[in-house]
Design a protein around this ligand. Structure first.
Ligand SMILES: Cc1cc2nc3c(=O)[nH]c(=O)nc-3n(C[C@H](O)[C@H](O)[C@H](O)COP(=O)(O)OP(=O)(O)OC[C@H]3O[C@@H](n4cnc5c(N)ncnc54)[C@H](O)[C@@H]3O)c2cc1C
Length: 324
């Protein structure tokens, strides 16, 4: 029997993140196609209940220690590397998120094994694997074949539906001892929560989101007017926030907020994976972009290949006309 497929389960503040279930669904498929076992590996403090909920895995290995309460990459990667050296999985799937980001790099480095990163999908092909990955910030897609195993694979959120990774089955659960160093060069001091006071974009039903294509803060009025007419708020891509057009609380994406409005209008946003990760589950996505090949059109339900500075004033007039 080939070595196990591992899914590194991601927990934070007492809960498992959705991406854990997405990876379980992906890992299940790979494991079944190879005739291998699927094992979930969970580090945390007081996590036996969480371990038992990972029913799609054949077995859940969990290491319980206060040292694993917070996701510190230095700590987690040492523990996981020690476990992997002992158990010898052949494929290790790690989610690419803010929480697990450090593990994606540190774990293969500690194990001295290859990393295939930014993968949207992975399939068992013959005796090996083939991965579909994004490169150049999502502008291109490549197919990558790991030439040797074990291999660590960084998987982007959205590779599978989370629902497909849930199961009411009770997995075999095994407590394992993993080294939990008290000092490792990095100490988490705490979290800085965003200041209250600004609009909560996660609660809006309509978002008009602006990107670098807006071309300047002076044009923000256009987005504000459209958002107000539609009863929503203005959100932004990271560059729009980095340039100081809007506060950090309005940022959508990997390092911003996860939003699921009824309507998401993306103005001058290219659709980089880090942005799409935060808005792809909006019920209706409309994108306005001068570049007909912009990746945002891959997730948009309606696309307008026009200059937003010309299109939005016309749209505003049409909405006003419709309202009156
Ligand atoms: C670890 C990490 C985390 C990240 N987190 C986030 C995140 O949380 N959120 C996020 O958004 N990004 C994030 N990024 C950055 C991300 O990779 C992209 O760089 C960013 O999303 C691009 O923003 P943009 O689409 O506004 O700009 P660009 O990629 O520069 O795109 C601008 C778009 O505007 C179009 N355009 C130009 N002029 C016009 C016009 N007049 N009318 C219409 N369209 C026009 C262009 O064709 C282009 O497609 C992250 C990156 C990393 C590495």
């Amino acid at each position: 029997m080939p070595g196990a497929v591992w899914v590194i389960a991601e927990q934070w503040r007492g809960g498992l993140s959705e991406v854990t279930y997405e990876l379980l669904a992906l890992g299940r498929q790979i494991a079944d196609d190879r005739g291998a076992a699927l094992e979930a590996v969970l580090l945390g403090s007081g996590v036996v209940g969480l371990a038992e909920s990972l029913g799609l895995a054949d077995r859940v290995l969990y290491a319980d220690s206060p040292a694993f309460a917070e996701p510190v990459g230095e700590v987690g990667s040492r523990a996981l590397a020690a476990l992997a050296t002992e158990r010898k999985p052949t494929v290790v799937l790690v989610p690419i998120t803010n929480v697990s980001w450090d593990l994606v790099g540190l774990l293969p480095a500690r194990l001295g094994v290859p990393l295939v990163n930014f993968c949207m999908d992975v399939a068992a092909v013959g005796d090996g694997l083939e991965a579909r990955c994004l490169v150049f910030g999502g502008k291109m897609e490549v197919r990558a074949v790991p030439e040797s195993e074990p291999v660590v694979i960084g998987v982007l959120p959205g590779a599978r539906r989370a629902d497909a990774g849930r199961s009411t089955k009770r997995p075999e659960v095994e407590p394992v001892a993993a080294p939990a160093p008290e000092t490792c060069g990095v100490r988490l001091l705490g979290y800085e929560e965003p200041e209250a006071g600004d609009i909560d974009i996660t609660q809006q039903e309509v978002l008009v989101s602006v990107g670098r294509g807006l071309q300047g803060q002076a044009n923000l009025d256009l987005a504000e007017e459209l958002a107000e007419l539609l009863g929503g708020a203005v959100s932004a891509s990271r560059p729009a926030v980095d340039m100081g057009w809007l506060p950090m609380t309005r940022q959508v994406g990997k390092s911003g907020m996860l939003v699921k409005p009824k309507l998401y209008i993306a103005l001058g946003i290219s659709g980089a994976p880090e942005h799409v990760e935060g808005m792809k589950d909006a019920a209706l996505i409309v994108a306005v972009n001068t570049d007909p090949g912009a990746p945002i059109f891959n997730v948009a339900h309606y696309g307008v290949a026009e200059d937003l500075l010309e299109f939005v004033p016309v749209l505003i007039d049409k909405v006003k006309e419709h309202k009156s």
